[in-house]
Design a protein around this ligand. Structure first.
Ligand code: SF4
Ligand code: MSK
Length: 641
């Protein structure tokens, strides 16, 4: 195998990497190579830069310094470093949730204004039923007018961020037994911002140096994301943008179109990209595109923004995290619009090698020297139009001889929210979780797996995701996916109903064929991991599979993780009782045996879930299936169908 072939299992990626090489464009794979060998102290997590008496580092061989200048040892330093990452991950998702809640508040303001024409944001309540459900969870009288409900709900949601005491409202969705575990440990999250701030406080110089306490507080912060910020983001997006329904789409770089203006949306927050979808069919812009020789405007997505617009509109997905640079390398992208998270700073350099205009939209994520069109939520539609116009006008600058769009694309079905999947399994007239629970009890579905997270150039792109998921479905495990993991498996044809016949075991195949669903269900973006938590809670509520989330025959995995957000997601899964594997490299904690043991062994007796680090996808599948079987045995369920 040549070096390029080792980088990905995706033929579109290999073809475009070859083009990058020919065009003399560097990508993250080249930059990773240039970084080697990466710092061993950093990998082990034993480097501390918390105060200026340092930086300090612990000698992993036990010969040199075993404490920093202040006396912090490897346990404190690794736990503290990890906790800081949890806080950052939680802050990213939760800030996203805050922006969505603020958009809802804007709708309340709109209703309050007599002159509605003064507002051209273009948002409305697209799922009034879900609005009411959410409102009742917050104790709001749903017989009031929609205007009143929106006003009160947005106020209460925003209060969740600033609350000082009590518990986050959505934690009430968890089974009572789980809530008792959190209460006993004192890790039930009180307020979203409070948990992030407090965790950061405890990791500064001279505060917490009990590694178990640091990790436990980390779990509380992560829970404030999973059962707080992310859950708010997911549910309020459904209210404003509409709850997804199963929808067909296409995925991979082949979705870019040769004779069209290609606009790629990349990042995480769908509030602006949603308007971009509307603006892409604006007659004025289409007319302009045609006058410049294009057949139309083709919108495509990268990363989680892609998942959001796919789930609600069937907008094609150009690729996952490691394909962001490659989309530009095709030479066919007129404009890439980015907001926040997972956007490589290198995009500026890559775009400068082609005609692509990179446009930033968030005041939180500016690139020096790059066109910035600030997203004004109150004027969202006009902002989206302005950005697309820049792309359309750039079509004239495309250099045809530099265009090479790989012919690879694949069909997929997405849009399986917790409501949709299980209502489908129950059928239109007896929509409930009963049939799902029964299928698990009977062993037709052996268990559930959440396979989520990123790509990482340290492992062969998409290989861990797809090898793991194929093995799981072969063994009758129904797989739920979000984020870049879902895109990876979609590209390999695992997210179409026909995949059940080709890849699934007999029991799972029977269920999928009866209901018409794929064996791998796409639940959305990274914040939509919260959908998995609520779905699991509904399974417990339905009965027959134990009393706590940790009783369900289920396991989680982030096979190719890279982001701090993935660490936070892992922590809220583990703190919710889920056995969770991380592949593509462990957390940077191996410099402390105590911290490593606590994460991979000790936590199980504390919260019912624990971490595992594993770098072989088939082994990951074996471990997850063994865990599922252990849970089945504990519930006295037969192990095979
Ligand atoms: Fe060194 Fe302690 Fe300061 Fe960290 S906090 S840099 S270990 S002195
Ligand atoms: S985008 S966090 S690379 S999944 Fe959500 Fe993908 Fe990971 Fe970003």
């Amino acid at each position: 195998m040549s070096k390029i072939e080792k980088k990905s299992i995706d033929l579109a990626v290999l073809e475009t990497l070859k083009k990058a090489q020919d065009d003399n464009v560097k990508t993250c794979w080249d930059r990773l190579e240039a970084q080697g060998p990466q710092c061993g102290f950093g990998q082990l997590g034993v480097c501390c830069t918390v105060c200026s008496m340092g930086p300090c580092r612990i000698d992993p061989f036990g010969e040199g310094a075993q404490t920093g200048v202040c006396g912090a040892d490897a346990d404190t330093i690794t736990a503290r470093n990890l906790a800081r990452k949890i806080a950052v991950g939680a802050s990213a998702h939760s800030d996203h949730g805050r922006d969505v809640a603020l958009t809802l508040a804007l709708l309340a303001q709109k209703h309050a204004h007599a002159d509605k024409s003064a507002h051209s944001h273009g948002y409305e309540i697209l799922d009034p039923e879900k609005l009411k459900k959410l409102a009742s969870e917050f104790g709001i009288d749903i017989t009031k007018s929609q205007e009143e409900i929106v006003k009160e709900l947005s106020k209460k949601l925003l209060e969740e961020f600033g609350k000082q005491e009590g518990e986050l409202n959505f934690t009430k969705r968890a089974p009572e037994k789980r809530r008792q575990i959190w209460k006993k440990l004192n890790i039930i999250p009180r307020g979203i911002d409070r948990e992030v701030v407090e965790l950061l406080h405890t990791t500064t110089m001279g505060v917490d140096n009990d590694y178990k306490n640091i990790i436990n507080n980390g779990m509380r912060c992560a829970l404030s994301d999973g059962w707080g910020g992310s859950m708010i983001a997911t549910d309020v997006q459904d209210v404003i943008l509409g709850s997804p329904q199963p929808i067909r789409g296409k995925v991979n770089l082949g979705v870019l179109k040769e004779n069209y203006v290609n606009i790629v949306v990349h990042g995480h927050e769908p509030i602006l990209s949603e308007m971009t979808v509307k603006a892409a069919s604006d007659s004025e812009l289409l007319k302009l595109a045609k006058s410049l020789g294009a057949q139309g405007i083709n919108l495509a997505g990268i990363c989680c923004t892609a998942n959001e617009v796919l789930m609600r509109h069937g907008i094609p997905v150009a690729g996952n995290f490691l394909q962001q640079e490659l989309a530009i390398v095709t030479g066919a992208v007129e404009l890439m619009m980015v907001d926040v998270q997972c956007i490589m700073p290198a995009l500026k350099e890559v775009a400068s090698c082609y005609h692509t205009k990179l446009v930033t939209t968030s005041s939180k994520a500016r690139f020096p020297g790059v066109t910035h069109v600030e997203f004004e939520v109150h004027d969202a539609y006009e902002t989206a139009k302005k950005i697309i116009k820049i792309g359309v006008e750039n079509f004239a600058n495309r250099k045809k001889d530099r265009v090479n769009i790989p012919k690879h694309e694949m069909d997929l079905v997405a849009g399986f929210t917790k409501e949709v999947i299980f209502n489908m399994l129950g059928g239109r007239y007896r929509a409930s979780y009963r049939p799902l629970n029964e299928a698990i009890i009977a062993g037709k579905i052996r268990g559930l797996a959440g396979v989520v997270g990123c790509n990482n150039p340290k492992v062969q792109h998409d290989y861990f995701h797809t090898a793991l998921v194929k093995e799981l479905i072969k063994n009758d495990v129904l797989v739920l996916q979000t984020g870049c993991a879902a895109i990876a498996c979609a590209k390999q044809g695992l997210l179409i109903p026909e995949a059940a016949k080709t890849y699934a075991g007999k029991g799972l195949q029977e269920i999928c064929e009866a209901v018409g669903i794929p064996p791998v269900l796409h639940l959305g973006s990274c914040v939509d991991n919260s959908r998995i938590l609520t779905a699991a809670s509904r399974i417990i509520e339905e009965g027959g599979l134990g009393e706590d989330l940790s009783d369900i025959p289920a396991a989680g995995c982030a096979p190719e993780w890279m982001s701090e957000k993935a660490i936070t997601i892992g922590f809220y899964f583990v703190a919710s009782g889920v056995y969770t594997i991380f592949g593509g490299g462990p957390f940077s904690v191996l410099g402390s045996q105590n911290v490593t043991d606590y994460l991979t062994k000790g936590l199980e007796s504390v919260v019912g879930g624990r971490f595992e680090f594993c770098d072989d996808p088939l082994k990951m599948a074996e471990l997850m299936i063994a865990h599922i079987d252990k849970k089945r045995a504990a519930l006295k369920l037969k192990t095979t169908c």
